[in-house]
Design a protein around this ligand. Structure first.
Ligand SMILES: Nc1ncnc2c1ncn2[C@@H]1O[C@H](COP(=O)(O)OP(=O)(O)O)[C@@H](O)[C@H]1O
Ligand SMILES: [Mg+2]
Length: 254
């Protein structure tokens, strides 16, 4: 399974990604978790030890490596560089492994405008493509609000793109935008996951207002998400209810 998780900032993408990661681990799958947020925090949500996370350097910050692989200095726009740099060794070399989950951080790319092509984005695009097409673990990509790093070449490799929404009009508006971008890329298998659902009314709001896509499950609003954050542990291990919701999403994905 290769799953991309998207949605407006703050809706609960990272929380959902962490729950899915442990669900697959409990089913004996190897998991490769990709933190594609410019300000990474998936490692903390997964309860990785701080010392391990300090070892982790986002790929976009590896100037030497980017230069070596693309032939151009990061930060340059235009000019000549390899659009298909070698990246197959990067996931194992620059990730950290804990509890059966391999974590890789992509980091931020300063985009120089729409469709910008710079050495950093070339590396990240090539790496994402490689991971989606060649890795045999369950891949979970905790994405930023959009679908950056995904291209047409990878559209078929994404088994499911989950658009996370909370019961707010704004998160649903973002979901509409993401759906349109995903359609442009010809990404199929789009699903809505409700998040921070407090009651029946919240669940109904999401059902009634989300883009016309299947709602594949929802996560209740649960104080143990914050508790886990404060204790530096994964919420999967604090909330059997959220773990159960994640399991039913995984079951529904097949
Ligand atoms: N199911 C939930 N119940 C309660 N709080 C949640 C839940 N999911 C996320 N949160 C809270 O919302 C905030 C954003 O969550 P996060 O997963 O980091 O979102 P995103 O990755 O979409 O930005 C965090 O403070 C987190 O504690
Ligand atoms: Mg996040």
């Amino acid at each position: 399974m290769k799953i991309a998780i998207t949605g407006k900032g703050g809706v609960g993408k990272t929380t959902l990604t962490s729950l899915l990661a442990y669900t697959y681990v409990d089913q004996d799958y190897g998991v490769l978790a990709i933190d594609a947020d410019p300000s990474p925090c998936l490692g903390a949500a997964l309860g990785f030890p701080e010392v391990l996370l300090q070892e982790l350097i986002p790929i976009s910050r590896m100037d030497e490596l980017i230069y070596e692989r693309t032939g151009a200095q990061p930060g340059t726009v235009g000019g000549f560089f390899k659009l298909n740099p070698r990246v197959d060794d990067l996931p194992d070399r620059f990730s950290v492994l804990h509890n059966g989950i391999r974590l890789l951080e992509l980091g931020a790319v300063e985009l120089g405008g729409a469709g910008c092509i710079c050495p950093e984005s070339a590396i990240l695009r090539a790496l994402t493509t490689h991971i989606l097409l060649r890795r045999d673990e369950v891949v979970l990509m905790d994405m930023y609000a959009g679908v950056e790093h995904l291209g047409r070449a990878t559209a078929d490799a994404v088994d499911a793109m989950l658009i996370v929404v909370e019961p707010t009009a704004r998160s649903i508006a973002t979901a509409d935008q993401i759906k349109a971008l995903a359609k442009d890329l010809k990404l199929a298998h789009l699903y809505i996951v409700g998040s921070k659902v407090r009651d029946e009314e919240d669940a109904k709001f999401i059902e009634a207002n989300s883009p016309d896509l299947p709602v594949i499950g929802h996560l209740d609003d649960d104080p143990r998400v914050r508790q886990a954050d404060r204790e530096g542990v994964a919420v999967y291990h604090l909330s059997p209810e959220l773990a159960g919701s994640a399991r039913s999403i995984v079951d529904a994905l097949g």
